[in-house]
Write a protein that binds this ligand. Structure first.
Ligand SMILES: NC(=O)c1ccc[n+]([C@@H]2O[C@H](COP(=O)([O-])OP(=O)(O)OC[C@H]3O[C@@H](n4cnc5c(N)ncnc54)[C@H](OP(=O)(O)O)[C@@H]3O)[C@@H](O)[C@H]2O)c1
Length: 243
């Protein structure tokens, strides 16, 4: 039997790369999507079984191209078992000073793109009567954070999407969940200084920050058999920051 295939968006760096590594190690075949390949992703392909990890370059903010991307994924890889909507940007700024185009770009990539990509990859899952979708939200969706109002809106919308879609497709055997990471050191959070990171760690129950592998483990769990009766939920990975 062939390995279940999972599409991971934003798989070239940060959380998406960690998720791809963890899924490949857990016996999934990974279809990695990002605009550009990375050395780390190329290394993962090289150490994995032939075809177990593949890369498809695509700019997910080009909404009109998503139906064709989904078609290409299906024709190249066949049945898709899972989708991890991870790609996102973290544009920050005081709302009153943000450019309208920045807000539009943020919502397009973080909210509109995963919803439409899900729509197009959902159809074959519905036909197969099985599938898993994991959306990468953020604790900012429920805590809020000054300077991240538009970002928080994009992540909160993914949580509403998760819960409603779980209800819509549950009877077809498809589970839909979200993960909500706290602050994690990646390119997305490079702007944050050490003092601010320390403050977040000290405010967390475990007095440390969660790491990309912690998110990867949670995603692998939600895609695995152990989560077969979990749907419509949000799993927080923040070292107890919001406890
Ligand atoms: N880091 C955190 O503290 C944190 C906390 C909570 C939630 N999150 C969420 O976790 C997800 C991943 O974040 P991260 O920290 O891993 O960010 P990251 O290190 O900046 O990585 C972002 C990934 O998304 C890809 N990407 C960006 N724009 C894209 C586009 N237009 N089309 C296709 N791919 C695109 C990037 O590759 P290319 O640039 O090559 O396209 C890269 O692979 C995001 O949704 C973020 O909101 C992160």
């Amino acid at each position: 039997m062939s390995a279940p295939k999972v599409v991971v968006t934003g798989a070239s760096r940060g959380l998406g790369l960690a998720i791809s590594r963890r899924l490949a190690a857990s016996g999934f075949d990974v279809v990695a999507i990002a605009r550009r390949d990375s050395t780390e992703l190329a290394e993962l392909r090289a150490v994995s079984a032939p075809g177990a990890v593949s890369f498809m370059p695509f700019d997910l903010s080009v909404i009109s191209g998503l139906p064709e991307l989904a078609k290409c994924v299906r024709t190249t890889h066949g049945a898709i078992f899972g989708l991890v909507n991870n790609a996102g940007i973290g544009t920050s700024g005081v709302l009153a000073n943000m450019r309208d185009t920045e807000i539009e770009d943020l919502i397009r990539l973080n909210t509109v793109s995963p919803i439409i990509l899900t729509k197009h990859l959902l159809r074959p899952m519905l036909a197969a009567g099985a599938g898993r979708i994991v959306n990468v939200a953020s604790i900012i969706a429920f805590t809020g954070y000054s300077g991240l109002a538009a970002y928080a809106a994009s992540k909160a919308s993914l949580i509403g999407f998760t819960r409603s879609l779980a209800r819509e497709v549950g009877r077809a055997g498809i589970n839909v969940n979200a993960v909500a990471p706290g602050f994690i050191a990646t390119d997305l959070t490079l702007d944050m200084g050490e003092a601010e990171r320390d403050k977040i760690a000290q405010r967390s129950a475990l007095r440390r920050l969660a790491e990309p592998d912690d998110v990867a483990n949670a995603v692998a769990f939600l895609l695995g058999d152990g989560a077969r009766n979990i749907s419509g939920t949000v799993l927080t990975i923040d070292a107890g920051n919001t406890a």
